[in-house]
Write a protein of this length. Sequence first.
Lengths: 322, 322
Amino acid sequence: MPDTPPVTLRDVQDAAARIKGVAHRTPVLRSRTLDELVGAEVFLKCENLQRVGAFKFRGAYNAASRLSAAQLAKGIAAYSSGNHAQAVALAARELGTTAVIVMPEDSPRAKLEATAGYGAEIVTYDRYTGDRVAIGEALAAERGLALIPPYEHPHVIAGQGTAALELIEEAGELDALVVPVGGGGLIAGSATAAKGLLPGIRVVGVEPEAGDDTKRSLAAGHRVSVPVPRTIADGQAADIPGELTFSLNQRLVDDISLVGDDQIGDAMRFAFERLKTVLEPSGASGLAALLAHRVAPLPRRIGVVLSGGNVGAERFAEIVAG
Amino acid sequence: MPDTPPVTLRDVQDAAARIKGVAHRTPVLRSRTLDELVGAEVFLKCENLQRVGAFKFRGAYNAASRLSAAQLAKGIAAYSSGNHAQAVALAARELGTTAVIVMPEDSPRAKLEATAGYGAEIVTYDRYTGDRVAIGEALAAERGLALIPPYEHPHVIAGQGTAALELIEEAGELDALVVPVGGGGLIAGSATAAKGLLPGIRVVGVEPEAGDDTKRSLAAGHRVSVPVPRTIADGQAADIPGELTFSLNQRLVDDISLVGDDQIGDAMRFAFERLKTVLEPSGASGLAALLAHRVAPLPRRIGVVLSGGNVGAERFAEIVAG
């Protein structure tokens, strides 16, 4: 009897029922210009239009919603400098509880304010001397909070997979699904949903060239770390895959494409000029792989997750105005 | 017996049937943050995601598609420095005919290239010494082309009205519809559709403070011109309402709100940061009126047409990065 994977299609479907009416069912965008440039039919799942501006809310809410009433009365916690911070803060507010978020003290003010704006308590640390995991765990233990990790948790992964579930419900049969890879939670959940629904689908991850830890790990057959990546795709600057996410991705991911920062910038510019939509660098990497013809062999009908749109105006202007 | 207006709900419905499958049925966006800021339920019709990046394609295609086969064999023409140029060029291509577009020789290169990219022939003129109407009419007469005006035509107006038709189909009962006003075609068509479907709906136009020709004209009871408006909302820089559009808007428009350039910039920034969507200044003016609390009394359920998203990267960066 084959062993049951830690996250199944059924888990993703359960997550979909839980987030319904709380998370947005984000639109699927089409563009004839894009189809012509790529040479295929492309379906863009706009997670930049998700609440908090990224797919992260799906997993954070699914995980938080499964905590006991007693735990919710005590509160939840997370450590993140990125979109997961806002996602957990909003999930806490939606569930009527409180969140403590551990963030670097030099986080962009906009991110600190956005997280605080959802009612979370922010605890800052020095990213050069502090250990965010230790701080988060100590805080959680001391105050009895439930820690919601950014990807190493089956409920988080199942939640992220709902993006692919909705995409396939709307687009129908797809030959391939292209998903950005950071810690690996989005692709693990999405691949679980996609292969559960369409066993023949090819799942292609996209990493920045400087942060190809998952590609190297898949080739090596075990988790491999790379030097801390220097890339504009800050949401994908992981240096080693998660343990749980890697165990899933080893079974489910067919290939990893790599894209350079220039190609990510080109994709952000294309999204701005032609799709009129705002993508953060990590959110554009799947689109970048297609525009740079780095998905081969080329599928006929392709789903792509545009994973987020949180980028400051100045940074965006710098990249898009070139 | 009341006289029949030159454009009716039926005309808009006919236009909807004609553009189906050719124009995009653009998404309707919701935002809880926006609803909280405004204090109402707001439904955003994303015409920035329309083909050519603006609502203009609806009217141009509807008008062009009604020409005889003999006329289509000869070709069509338009004069425009803005979105109507691209709209007519694309409509011609879709209908298998050719377009000649009269554009100022100092038009932004991106606009000239985009229009040419749809296969149109560009005829340039000096905007300080040339008369685009005379040039367009002479060209049309000489070559036997059908001239498609940007708003002074019942088929163009009926086509633009399909934006409101779709919005109401999707959002259901609305108390008010907020629509940017330039030459007046979009609001004339939209008001025709909206009041035909929902007789009690309030239709509110939005003009830039510097270009309040329609507001003044409605107050005066006849068409009044204003000095050539200086505003960032280039698509709304009309100095006098159209004759046909004004005759419709006199019957159908309940009120005009005015917004300043700063408020339009704020709305573009809000759309960028919170909605992750790109709006050109004219496309943001309806949203600006709501965010600046210039729609009073405040309706409970409000539809807003985000009319376009064509803005160069540098200009966008300048406005949004503030």
